[in-house]
Design a protein around this ligand. Sequence first.
Ligand SMILES: Cc1cc2nc3c(=O)[nH]c(=O)nc-3n(C[C@H](O)[C@H](O)[C@H](O)COP(=O)(O)OP(=O)(O)OC[C@H]3O[C@@H](n4cnc5c(N)ncnc54)[C@H](O)[C@@H]3O)c2cc1C
Length: 386
Amino acid sequence: MKSTINNYQEIREAVRALCSEFPNEYHRKIDEERGYPEEFVDALTQAGWMAAMIPEEYGGSGLGLTEASIIMEEVNRSGGNAGACHGQMYNMGTLLRHGSKAQKELYLPKIATGEWRLQTMGVTEPTTGTDTTKIKTTAVKKGDRYVINGQKVFISRVQHSDWMILLARTTPLAEVTKKSEGMSIFMVDLREAEKNGMVVRPIPNMVNHETNEIFFDNLEIPEENLIGEEGKGFKYILDGLNAERTLIAAECIGDGYWFMDRVTQYVKDRVVFGRPIGQNQGVQFPLADNFIEIEAANLMRFRACEMFDRGEKCGAEANMAKYLAAKASWEAANNCLQFHGGFGFANEYDIERKFRETRLYQVAPISTNLIFSYVAEHLLDLPRSF
Ligand SMILES: Cc1cc2nc3c(=O)[nH]c(=O)nc-3n(C[C@H](O)[C@H](O)[C@H](O)COP(=O)(O)OP(=O)(O)OC[C@H]3O[C@@H](n4cnc5c(N)ncnc54)[C@H](O)[C@@H]3O)c2cc1C
């Protein structure tokens, strides 16, 4: 398989070398045990990859979203799942862009060394779903503290993170002129919070993705944990969401190439009716279609990355990259499974694992229908549907 997009070779080769120490057997075992790839994430951290986007003055490499996306792509392309650790890449960006100097000096050097992990972002709520401005979790100022009450759902990596960025309402919806105002973001010390009013309940799920329900009952956090200005949190978090969508697009592209590598090799080797199954056009054409779609999604991913790195608005590009890449990887997954016949279902081929992993991205972190709504409203100028 020859991709026409072969940029950033130096980073790719270095990440590939690290990933090669954690072969598919490693990721399969972690999946079977419903474990966390602790050694793998530690190795990525110690090699400095998890601090790629942290400026050099705080101990990172000062790279952009483009390079970060290459790192995440290579993790998935090697057979791993960057979902175990991608949170830190977009969360640290929120802190970097909107945190005070004191906050950056406190958190970023420790994140860069791996002493602290900032893997968690708490936005989604059970009764609100995608309608984020209706969130019911509140943060009420009491002296020099904020008191948090409410509930979140599907909050990932809580058990493998030290800090969470939490979105909560600081002004009731009825009292704001624009519904996107009156929400704020906070740094929450997860281990302290568990002793003081935060309860975490894991949600076993289809993928080996550590995700949880969280309940807040009068959790008190210091006022200095507010990031940026009170009431502007939704705007701040949107930049982070664009970074998240673009990184996940890159991960889907990594998955897509992984499926293409596997299936093209297999259909060349597997002989049925006296010839390799890959000699049949009924097999070749769908695979060529999959490959073209991955390549096209890859171009949109780089466009989103480059715009983000230039500080330009990239909501449309990030959403479209995520849509195209998630679709391309899912369709490649489906054909990879199909053309492996029965063997695709055997755990030892890793295809069913990667198939489950890549399926998630049609729903999270934003579902396909919501991307269609975004494009219809913002690019086609159609009336807002909700
Ligand atoms: C494994 C996993 C990990 C996650 N990790 C995190 C995390 O770390 N932090 C976090 O905050 N969230 C996280 N999420 C939540 C995720 O972002 C949401 O599940 C996702 O945004 C969809 O929201 P919802 O589940 O509430 O779906 P809903 O909003 O209830 O929507 C359900 C479905 O209805 C359809 N739909 C909804 N509204 C419309 C509309 N207006 N028009 C057309 N169709 C519509 C869509 O098809 C959608 O898929 C995670 C989810 C999963 C499954």
